[in-house]
Design a protein around this ligand. Structure first.
Ligand code: UDX
Length: 437
């Protein structure tokens, strides 16, 4: 099929490359010529394992092109809208400017029979609104909403073989047409057994908001349990293993730590609350307010634990933060709990050095006041405390002996409960985990 992908950020760049991998002829379009230049040269504008190799492979086939001109969307049968919906400044609601602008400029390139497919995470009601705009133009094009569930760090795998596809389509013939087009686009993963659900627009939009809310709730639930464990001397990791053995609960997303961050979960639960408020259903989602509060509280808690770890005062203490990205295998620092903790510590008088294998450039742009050192051994030099805040494999592999050669005082806070406490303690370290005795 001939496909256009509008927006070549995280979602769009991966989607475009993966659609070409599935055998389609794809043009990726973005208003940012710098991003397009990078992608044309086969370079991913962000760190995502497997993406550079995939770009190289599909660019060589000639099936993938990039352009900064929306006119190049003309000729495609299916157009994917993959632009961002960030949180509006000072508000909870999603900023819909990019979706609206991309959709408006795409309209001129549409031809009869085309299918426009929204993938961005949007407030419920958006698809119906855009479908009305489309109908007004009498273009005989149809709109579908097909939310994306990819995780950063696993984006290529998640796009090529997702758990499920969800199609939000209109009723009747246009809906069947959109479903058939999407089935053709995804024929390879569908033939390999990926399940698909066809629903109305509102349900499809809500599936994404509900899935992210559930994941955020699971994380905040276990972090709330960590708070209780801390005052009772119980161990949240054993608790998570034990409740996770109940298949109805499941062990995944029950890792207590410094809380969730990134470009999706925090802003999506806030946008969901805002939208529910607009629809008069705010009471239904007041629990998400608490989910958000528990999450924010983790960061404050880590600052307090660090203060205790270094003897009661942060003033002038050298703190090394291992990890700046919101999670490992990503250079994404949007709403990164690690960076927000680092900035708080610095604000309270500590001398903070941050290290990360991939995220330093992005971190420096957001928090220029912090000191950055790409080499983690050098970053640990003369530290009064190490804080492992993003569980990159290389940090999990650090041994107490190795770290002991650099630090001034053997204090370590394991913000992700990924180190072996007994090993560190046996080597003479003052080890503190999250929600563990
Ligand atoms: C998330 C959803 O998983 C994905 O389906 C959706 O499409 C986009 O949002 P992503 O933001 O890439 O994906 O990251 P995810 O792996 O979900 O992690 C989110 C945050 O939760 C990270 O900061 C991570 O460290 C934290 N987390 C995750 C925990 O603190 N504990 C856990 O048990 C799991």
């Amino acid at each position: 099929m001939r496909i256009s992908v509008i927006g070549c950020g995280y979602l769009g760049a991966v989607h475009a490359a993966c659609m070409a991998k599935l055998g389609h002829d794809v043009v990726g379009i973005d208003v940012d010529p710098r991003k397009i230049g990078e992608l044309q040269a086969g370079r991913a504008p962000f760190f995502e394992p497997g993406l550079p190799e995939l770009l190289e492979e599909v660019l060589a086939t000639g099936r993938l092109k990039f352009s900064s001109s929306m006119a190049d969307a003309k000729g495609a049968e299916v157009h994917f809208l993959c632009v961002g919906t960030p949180q509006r400044k000072g508000e909870y609601a999603a900023d819909m400017r990019f979706v609206d602008a991309a959709f408006a400029s795409l309209l001129d390139s549409l031809e009869p029979g085309n299918v426009v497919v929204g993938k961005s995470t949007v407030p419920v009601g958006t698809a119906a609104r855009l479908a009305d705009d489309l109908a007004e133009r009498q273009l005989d094009a149809v709109l579908a909403w097909n939310p994306e569930f990819l995780r950063e760090g696993f984006a290529v795998k998640d796009t090529l073989s997702p758990d499920r596809f969800v199609y939000g389509v209109p009723e009747g013939e246009p809906g069947s047409r959109a479903t058939a087009a999407l089935d053709e686009v995804y024929s390879t993963p569908l033939s390999l057994g990926t399940r698909r659900l066809v629903a109305d627009y509102a349900t499809a939009e809500l599936v994404k908001a509900a899935a992210n809310s559930f994941l955020a709730t699971k994380i905040s639930f276990i972090n709330a349990m960590a708070e209780v464990c801390e005052v009772t001397g119980a161990d949240v990791t054993v608790l998570a293993d034990a409740i996770g053995m109940d298949e109805r609960i499941g062990r995944k997303f029950l890792n207590a730590g410094i809380g969730f961050g990134g470009g999706c979960l925090p802003k999506d639960i806030r946008a969901f609350m805002a939208r529910a408020g607009e629809l008069g259903a705010d009471q239904a989602l007041t629990f998400l307010r608490e989910v958000d509060d528990i999450n924010v509280r983790r960061r404050i808690r880590v600052v307090e634990l660090t203060r205790v770890l270094v003897g009661g005062s942060l003033l002038g203490k050298r703190i090394t933060v291992l990890g700046a990205a919101f999670k490992p295998n990503s250079d994404d620092v949007r709403d990164s709990p690690a960076l927000s903790i680092a900035a708080q510590l610095q604000l309270q008088g500590a001398d903070v050095t941050v290290t990360d294998p991939e995220a330093i450039d992005g971190a420096r742009q957001r928090f220029p006041e912090l000191t950055y050192e790409p080499h983690f051994e050098r970053a640990m030099d003369k530290a009064d405390a190490l804080l492992l805040l993003t569980e990159w494999q290389e940090y999990k592999d650090i041994t107490p002996e190795q770290a002991g050669r650099f630090v001034c005082t053997k204090n370590i806070l394991d913000g992700r409960n990924v180190l072996e406490a007994s090993v560190w303690r046996a080597a003479g370290w003052n080890y503190k985990g999250i929600g563990t005795p």
